[in-house]
Design a binder for this molecule. Structure first.
Ligand SMILES: [Zn+2]
Length: 383
């Protein structure tokens, strides 16, 4: 049996929406929200913002409309939604077209029932999969929310935080030489090896709730490439660091000093910076993004978390409180801007970016009910 939320989720899955190619899904969501009575606008970054209600407080729900590329292990067509045994299959069924369908219809239910106290915004944001927060920033500037609900899949749990992430580029410059006379040069790969070995001695920070401040090397590129019979003059490493609450970009870089010194001891010039990159929206706008996303944590005894917990347990039964294992747009709203933020959404987060991604129909229905309850949170609880 197919219901409205399943039908909408399936319709969104069938519209391919890689990062920078979200136009079709943005248009479809905009249409749906207009029909449901929302005031809909699209900004320069291609984000759709739908508003309902008037005045304060201003509560923003956010879902990203881009999906990652389907990994090669899919056993079916990832863009062909299929309903089997109460599971909806398809790319983005969990991350996060299913949650978006539940969010749109859930907020609309609250509005239709006259339950919205101030203004509720529904944001369908772009480019989250390449850089969290990159385009949601323009929605936040326009909407000025008092509180934010990230609709990423949480298995219907209430999420109160996540580790952030930093992408670091380490640049090691040596001196090229003939491989038959390596002593005439400085091998940038030797410097890279010294750097990586020294990282092993690092004191890994931990947070009692969010876990380890993991640091992993994910890429090495040498010059010249290919390096045939030549000692490489340059090596660039890419590192991925999961950040904890309170950690700044400067602190994350400062932690690398002993490893950079080890590379220098080999004779190389060594430096580390936060990676930067250029993104292009489907509307053709170019954005510069620095890949430092802060961690965030919302106090469980704070008024927003308490109200959300009451709203969800009143409608869905006992609700578990947890945190996201991955990075979300909450890094912008809570981590950078300090706006009270929580997360809630249907779907098992472990399914995100996996082959044969699927979501339970019951979860979609419960998600719709949960979003409706959250949209009706009363004004006095929003700081
Ligand atoms: Zn996601």
């Amino acid at each position: 049996m197919s219901t409205a939320v399943v039908e909408l989720a399936a319709a969104l899955i069938s519209l391919h929406s890689p990062s920078s190619g979200e136009r079709a899904v943005a248009d479809r969501c905009g249409e749906e929200l207009r029909e449901l009575g929302f005031r809909v606008s699209v900004d320069d970054d291609g984000n759709v913002l739908a508003e309902v209600g008037e005045g304060s407080p201003r509560l923003l729900f956010d879902g990203h409309i881009d999906t990652v590329a389907a990994n090669p292990n899919w056993s079916r067509d990832p863009l062909e939604p299929a309903l089997e045994d109460n599971w909806l299959y398809g790319l983005g069924s969990v991350d996060m077209k299913g949650p978006i369908a539940a969010m749109i219809l859930g907020v609309a239910d609250a509005a239709a029932g006259g339950k919205i106290a101030g203004t509720v915004g529904v944001s369908l944001s772009t480019l989250e999969e390449v850089l969290e927060g990159a385009t949601l920033a323009s929605v936040v500037r326009r909407f000025q929310p008092d509180a934010v609900i990230i609709a990423e899949p949480s298995d219907l749990r209430l999420m109160l935080g996540q580790r952030g992430r930093a992408e670091i580029t380490v640049d090691l410059r040596g001196i090229a030489a003939h491989a038959a006379f390596p002593e005439r040069g400085v091998n940038a790969l030797d410097a890279a090896a010294a750097f990586l070995c020294a990282l092993g001695d690092r004191d890994e920070p931990t947070d009692p709730v969010l876990g380890r401040g993991i640091l992993v090397a994910t890429e090495a590129v040498t010059e010249p490439m290919p390096g045939v019979s030549v000692v490489p003059s340059r090596a660039r490493l890419r590192l991925d660091r999961r950040t904890l609450p309170g950690e700044s970009a400067a602190a994350v870089l400062a932690e690398l000093t002993p490893a950079l010194d080890a590379a220098r001891a080999v004779g190389a010039h060594a430096s580390a910076t936060i990676s930067a990159g250029e993104l292009t929206t489907y509307t053709g706008r170019r954005l510069q993004g620095e890949r430092f996303l802060p961690a965030w944590q919302t106090p469980a005894d704070g008024s927003l978390a308490q109200a959300a917990q009451r709203a969800l347990s009143a409608t869905l039964g006992a609700v578990e409180v947890s945190h996201y294992g991955f990075c979300t747009n909450g890094s912008l709203t809570a981590g950078q801007l300090g706006i009270p933020t929580i997360g809630f959404g249907p779907g098992d987060p472990q399914q995100a970016h996996q082959a044969d991604e699927h979501i339970a129909v019951d979860d979609l229905e419960c998600g719709r009910i949960g979003f409706s309850a959250l949209a009706a949170i009363q004004p006095e609880v929003i700081p």
